[in-house]
Design a protein around this ligand. Structure first.
Ligand code: DOR
Ligand code: ZN
Length: 349
């Protein structure tokens, strides 16, 4: 980190949890991430989901073809786990450098999770193999039972699924994706070095009141849903603590404005356009700008056993107004912080 007043230069960051979509949407949203981030763990919840080595290699090629000229960005692909996934397919993809990780969507938990896993027992052989080969398991940590309150689904998942799994497979490397609760922070803190978590900008900025502020606010709705203020504060403390267990994962998840502002609005917050500025604002508010580089650019690479990026990015302390909408493919996209101002701006070369 370089410390000139008003300027903050850090190693180029990576995004360890990102939805890039496909086709025209991919084309529209990829430049925002590739401008700032060196690599991203790309979520596999396309329609149909990315469940094979061949599908992931083809998706990676489409991402590379959609990259703007002169951008240097590496997509890190994930395998969407289903009840039928074979350990051989996952291990082959990892050995061939196609899969960086495999992702658990509990069936029905979120967008395009219908083909997800119905019971963790159904993928135990896959997880055993992943533990043996040191491949990371990315977890959407929510139970899906309709009788569990939506605000409790993460905490119940930790009790019912994750704690037993960690006892059974202590060698498995687990990223608890988009942690939203103090229970997740406690769990990750007390687990071994094989367990880490990503934290999104939105869960550091908003609590659940934001979803209902003066009316229903679809652009504050994502899954896992934002929780009470005490949880937001626990996440802020974790992210800015300097612990190598926490790293940047935006969960940027674009949906057309019309699909968000609907009688049944889609879950997902499109934060890619100002993600680093959004995190920097939080770290500054917490008096922890010196911890931003670790969280954004170092801890994730270390967990995934990858080198850190050599390049640097510079943030300047300048008021940045976030537009109300951005252009999507034949639609508008409403970015996180739409219409607000952030205190930082990423300098473009
Ligand atoms: O809010 C979310 N949107 N959470 C997820 O887990 C999936 C994502 C999406 O793909 O839209
Ligand atoms: Zn996600």
């Amino acid at each position: 980190m370089t410390d000139t007043p008003g300027l903050l230069t850090i190693r180029r960051p990576d995004d360890w949890h990102l939805h890039l979509r496909d086709g025209a949407m991919l084309q529209a949203v990829l430049p925002y991430t590739a401008r700032v981030f060196g690599r991203a763990i790309v979520m596999p919840n396309l329609v149909p989901p990315v469940t094979s080595v061949a599908a992931a290699a083809a998706y990676r090629a489409r991402i590379m073809a959609a990259l703007p000229a002169e951008t240097d960005f590496t997509p890190l692909m994930t395998c969407y786990l289903t009840d039928e996934t074979s350990p051989e397919e996952v291990a082959r993809g990892f050995a061939e450098g196609v899969f960086t990780a495999a992702k658990l969507y509990p069936a029905g938990a979120t967008t395009n999770s219908a083909s997800g896993v119905t019971d963790i027992g159904n993928i135990m052989a896959v997880l055993e193999r992943m533990a043996q080969i040191g491949m990371t398991f990315c977890v959407h940590g929510e139970v899906t039972d309709g009788d569990v309150d939506i605000f409790d689904r993460e905490a119940v998942f930790i009790d019912r699924v994750l704690e037993p799994l960690v006892r059974r497979l202590p060698e498995l490397r687990i990223v608890f994706e988009h942690a939203t609760t103090s229970q997740a922070v406690q769990f990750v803190n007390s687990a071994s070095a094989n367990v880490a978590a990503t934290i999104t900008p939105q869960h550091l900025h908003i609590n659940r009141n934001a979803i209902f502020a003066g009316g229903l606010r679809p652009h504050a709705y994502c899954l896992p849903v934002a929780k009470r203020e005490e949880h937001r504060l626990a996440l802020r403390a974790a992210a800015t603590s300097g612990s190598p267990k926490y790293f940047l994962g935006t969960d940027s998840a674009p949906h057309p404005q019309s699909a968000k502002e609907s009688g049944c609005g889609c879950a997902g917050i499109f934060n890619a356009p100002h993600a680093l500025e959004s995190y920097a604002t939080v770290f500054e508010e917490e008096g922890a700008l010196d911890q931003l580089e670790g969280f954004a650019s170092v801890h994730g690479a270390a967990f995934y056993r990858l080198p850190v990026n050599d390049e640097r990015v510079t943030l300047e302390r300048a008021e940045t107004r976030v537009p109300d909408t951005l252009a999507g493919p034949d639609c508008a996209l409403v970015p996180f912080h739409a219409g607000e101002s952030l205190r930082w701006r990423v300098r473009t070369p």
